[in-house]
Design a protein around this ligand. Structure first.
Ligand SMILES: O=C(O)c1ccccc1N[C@@H]1O[C@H](COP(=O)(O)O)[C@@H](O)[C@H]1O
Length: 205
């Protein structure tokens, strides 16, 4: 089970969260987000894969941030095309394409992104682009029969553990933790994360 902690920017908090042992850490490069990171923090995690989150950004700007933050994966949280995913893959980056989900029909658009993404991420459909703190009906994902593994996202919080233990899907690869574990935008509660990640890692493969 891949555990991603997203929306990080404070060097001490990055260090403390890294110690807990998430697999991936995310940095949000969308200027309108309250978790936006503009400058490279004084410390970047070494033991987690570094993920850059972008919304409708042009490829050269993404590649520039990828170099500056030494990113492993690019998470595309807007209406990016499959061609852009392919270009980023050709540049040597891992690609995670996000799909906002409200109903089964939202899964149809995943088809043309098969084979050009390493992972999909299913997030709650909302008026903005992400970080809504709201969950969607995971039963909708029974209609996903693609071969690209996916991360579950949107409103996960400490008391989501029980529902996550009950959730099963052959392509389910991980979870994304964000606003549900925050002290303030961009800063995570390490006590809550520590308990949750330990429980997830010991209960779900
Ligand atoms: O968190 C944000 O501010 C954000 C802004 C724009 C795009 C994505 C963003 N975050 C991503 O949103 C999901 C769900 O977050 P939450 O758990 O509902 O707070 C997560 O994948 C973040 O990477």
């Amino acid at each position: 089970m891949i555990v991603k902690v997203c929306g990080m920017r404070d060097p001490d908090n990055i260090r403390a969260v890294e110690q807990i042992g998430p697999d991936w850490m995310g940095f949000i490069f969308f200027p309108h987000s309250c978790r936006h990171v503009s400058l490279r923090p004084a410390y970047l995690p070494e033991r987690c894969k570094r993920v850059g989150v972008f919304v409708n950004e042009v490829t050269p700007a993404i590649l520039q941030k990828a170099e500056e933050f030494d990113l492993h994966y690019i998470q595309l949280h807007g209406t990016e095309t499959s061609e852009q995913c392919l270009n980023l893959k050709r540049a040597g980056l891992g690609v995670i394409k996000v799909f906002p989900i409200a109903s089964m029909s939202d899964l149809k658009s995943t088809a043309c992104y098969e084979n050009v993404c390493d992972y999909f991420l299913f997030d709650t459909a909302c008026t903005g682009y992400g970080g809504s703190g709201k969950t969607f009906d995971w039963q909708v994902l029974t209609a996903y029969h693609g071969s690209t593994p996916f991360l579950l996202s949107g409103g996960l919080k400490p008391d989501s553990l029980h529902s996550l233990k009950e959730f099963h899907h052959p392509a389910w690869a991980g979870i994304d933790l964000n606003s549900g574990f925050e002290i303030s935008p961009g800063k995570k509660d390490t006590t809550l994360l520590n308990t949750f990640i330990k429980q997830i890692k010991s209960n779900i493969e």
